[in-house]
Design a protein around this ligand. Structure first.
Ligand SMILES: Cc1ncc(COP(=O)(O)O)c(C=O)c1O
Length: 292
């Protein structure tokens, strides 16, 4: 059981005992949105960006989010303080709330806010050093006219199916292609490759979530003088890449050593190392240091 704390229905409680009513439409239909946020040195990392994306996701599914950014930041701060550890992961969830059986959200008049703080080891320490193995999943990323990938909703079944494929293949993570066969993203992370000294990542229009870590890595790479651009990628690009790595709040930056049984020439490669170092320095600058 994950140890942690949870803000639910107005009070902080141990995670182990926190319960959501079975008629919550977040549970019944995946009707809700969420954010995963890291905290380092006791401070939430890029909280403003996460709250902005949460609000956009909520608006996109016509879900009321009656808590102001200040209120959300205060609750997040209280949950982090109650958790008591300097580093960890926050899961901020807004569900449609309770309603009768049936998918109609109209009778659900009171959205529910859940804020969890816990430890997260999405990628183990050894894998961070040696790299992870990817497989291309047969499960395709849903097209944007089915569900816009920019909406960070509680519907992850598409990704879970891809992850089941990765597990069955003995791999660590799956790559989802879009319906045109282009690389979209991992199950909970964005993807970068290196070719001829440049960093390439698929445009979000190819089916990826607008990753906050992805954007930061692109900015940091630019500052480092590393050429970086968005470009549609196919399996061939993955199989012939010089390097590959994944980015995400949970994942942070993870080097990839093998894709579909093809070892990559460098893992962790030199550009991964530079980006990861710049990322760590940025965290230290944003969250480290003395409190005001
Ligand atoms: C599907 C998906 N793609 C990408 C990401 C990475 O996004 P971020 O860097 O904002 O955490 C996530 C993170 O949860 C995700 O769920």
């Amino acid at each position: 059981m994950t140890t942690g704390v949870c803000w639910l229905d107005g009070r902080i409680q141990p995670l182990a005992g926190a319960r959501v009513p079975v008629l919550d439409h977040g549970l019944l239909y995946g009707d809700g949105v969420f954010e995963g946020i890291r905290f380092y040195f006791g401070r939430p990392f890029l909280l403003g960006d996460h709250l902005e994306r949460l609000r956009r996701s909520a608006r996109a599914i016509a879900l009321a989010c009656p808590w102001s950014d200040d209120e959300l930041a205060r609750i997040v701060g209280e949950v982090v303080a109650a958790f008591g550890e300097p580093e960890g992961y926050i899961r901020l969830v807004v569900t449609r709330g309770e309603g009768p059986l049936g998918i109609d959200p109209a009778p659900c008049t009171t959205p529910r806010l859940i804020v969890i703080a816990a430890r997260l080891e999405m990628v183990n320490h050894a894998h961070r050093q040696t790299g992870v193995c990817l497989v291309t999943a047969a499960t395709r990323r849903l097209p944007p006219d089915g569900l816009d990938p920019r909406i960070k909703s509680l519907n992850y079944l598409n990704h879970i199916l891809a992850r089941i494929e990765a597990n069955a293949a003995g791999a660590d993570e799956a790559v989802l292609l879009n319906t045109r066969g282009q690389v979209a993203e991992g199950t909970a992370d964005n993807l970068f490759i290196v070719r001829s000294g440049s960093l390439l990542t698929p445009p979000v229009t190819d089916g990826a979530l607008e990753g906050i870590t992805r954007r930061l890595v692109m900015e940091l790479a630019e500052e480092e003088g590393i050429p970086v651009r968005e470009q549609s990628l196919g399996p061939w690009d993955l199989h012939t890449a010089e390097e590959c790595f994944l980015t995400g709040t949970g994942a942070e930056l993870v080097p990839v050593r093998e894709i579909d049984g093809r070892p990559l020439p460098a893992c962790p490669g030199p550009l991964y190392r530079r980006c990861n170092e710049a990322f760590r320095t940025f965290i230290q600058r944003e969250c480290g240091g003395s409190r005001p």
